[in-house]
Design a protein around this ligand. Sequence first.
Ligand code: PGA
Length: 251
Amino acid sequence: MRRVIIAGNWKMNKNISESIDLANAIKRSLYNVEEVEIVVCPPFTSLSDVNEIVLESNIKLGAQDVYWEKEGAFTGEVSSPMLKNVGCEYCIVGHSERRQFFGETNETVNKKAKALLKEGIMPIVCVGEKLEDRKANKTFDVIKDHVTNSLAGLTKEDMRKVVIAYEPVWAIGTGVNATKEQAQEAHKYIRALLKDMFDGTVAESARIQYGGSVKPDNIKELISQEDVDGALVGGASLKADPFVQIVRGCL
Ligand code: PGA
C-alpha cells in the first residue's frame, strides 16, 4: 500500500513570523492525522524556525531546491548536507518554475536528486508538460523525457526514497486543474515507465503526487484515482484552512 503524501510548496512566500504562524496552525489542526504523510516546504529563510515547530510532530520538513555540490565556492546556493542539518526530510527538485525561470534541466534535476539521496533526503521530482506540448499531443513524450532523464542512473534502492510529482504546467497556479481522468492517465503512464526503467516492485511502490490547482473541492476526486498517491499543493498551502481540508480530504 502506498501512503498518501500531501506536500505544501510555499514557493517564495512567507517571512519568518508568517511561516511560524502557518506551521503552528497546520500542526494544531492535523496533530492527530497519521494516515497521510504531511510535508511543508517553506522558503530557505524559514526552514530553521519551521523545523523547531514540526520537530517530533507528524509534519515533515521539505525544501524547494538544492545544489548538488556538498560545499564550496557556489555563491547563493544551498547544499544537501545543509538541508539535512536544518531538518529537511524532503526536497522538491525540477519544479516547472525552476525549469522555466532558472534554467533547470533534466540533467541538473538528476544531479540534485542524487545529491539528496546521498544525504538521505527524499527528492520530490517534478515532471509535466506545458500547454503547447499537450496541444501538440506531446504530453507523453515530455513526461517520458522528464522521467527517464531525471531519474537516470538511480538504483531500485534509491527509488524507495523518491516521490514523483506530476504537475502539468498549464494547471499550476491557473485555477484549472487536470481532470481526474487526465491525472490518472498521466500517473498510470509514469508508473509504466518506472516498470520499464526499474521493475514492477518499484513501479507499484513509487508514490506519484498530482500538482496543479489542487484545492479542497477537487482533492477527493483526484485522490480517488488508482495511481494518484497525493498532491503537491502551491496556492492552497499558503493558508492553514484549505491545506488542512486537502489533507483531511484524503482520509
Ligand atoms: P498550485 O501550484 O497549487 O498553486 O497550482 C502547485 C505547484 O506549483 O507545486
